[in-house]
Design a protein around this ligand. Structure first.
Ligand code: NI
Length: 214
């Protein structure tokens, strides 16, 4: 009985703290935002930065150390995966390549503003030279990024990418489960929009043009 009473008291306390936090959140929003919580929130939602993107510290396929700052000011089409991927990665990178080819024909200025980037989530096997070989199969401006396991983990965390090595009997042949979003990242290094794995190159080209050209 005593345990139950204690539990109830704790639940009540937790609920109280929760309500206070929500209240504080609205108050803070009022202080920071326009003051009009409802209309301000919705009017500004399109400009509000989505918290996907930002910092990374990786090595490109030529061996150069790069960060998000090296790509800031332009757009990137960014995809996370691994060079041994039998299906989603090559398909996605082909879509990116075809979308950029189409953009180059339709609107070279827009195409030039976009850098395609492939980020490895398998740094164990995706060495700099493996990345160089791999991105060579796709768009000529495609940048391959890899790094230490810690650097890759940090980038994946900031870009909200899930990945998980699938354990197998073979030591060197294994798969890596991973998110299959293709991101359009803006000049501030943050999320603009994303495409799911079944998007066509035409869809990607259209939306990139709408964002950059419009
Ligand atoms: Ni893949």
């Amino acid at each position: 009985m005593q345990d139950r009473a204690l539990n109830r008291a704790l639940i009540a306390l937790a609920a109280g703290v929760f309500v206070l936090l929500i209240g504080f959140g609205f108050w803070m929003y009022g202080q920071l935002g326009s003051g009009d919580v409802m209309s301000g929130a919705f009017q500004e939602s399109e400009q509000t930065r989505v918290d996907i993107g930002g910092a990374f510290n990786l090595t490109d396929h030529t061996g150069r150390q790069v960060t998000e700052a090296d790509f800031a000011g332009g757009y990137t089409l960014m995809y996370f995966g691994f060079t041994y991927c039998p299906d989603f990665c090559p398909a996605a990178l082909q879509v990116v390549t075809a979308a950029l080819d189409q953009l180059e024909e339709q609107d070279p200025e827009v195409a030039k503003a976009v850098t395609p980037i492939f980020v490895s989530v398998d740094p164990e096997r995706d060495t700099v030279s493996a990345m160089a070989d791999y991105v060579g199969h796709f768009h000529p401006r495609m940048v391959g990024l890899t790094g230490t396991p810690e650097q890759v983990a940090e980038a994946a965390k900031n870009y909200r990418i899930y990945y998980q090595k699938v354990e197998s009997e073979a030591a060197t042949y294994y798969l890596v489960d991973h998110s299959t979003y293709l991101y359009l990242i803006g000049p501030d290094s943050y999320y603009v929009t994303h495409f799911s794995h079944d998007a066509t190159s035409e869809e990607v080209a259209e939306r990139v043009k709408a964002v950059i050209g419009g």
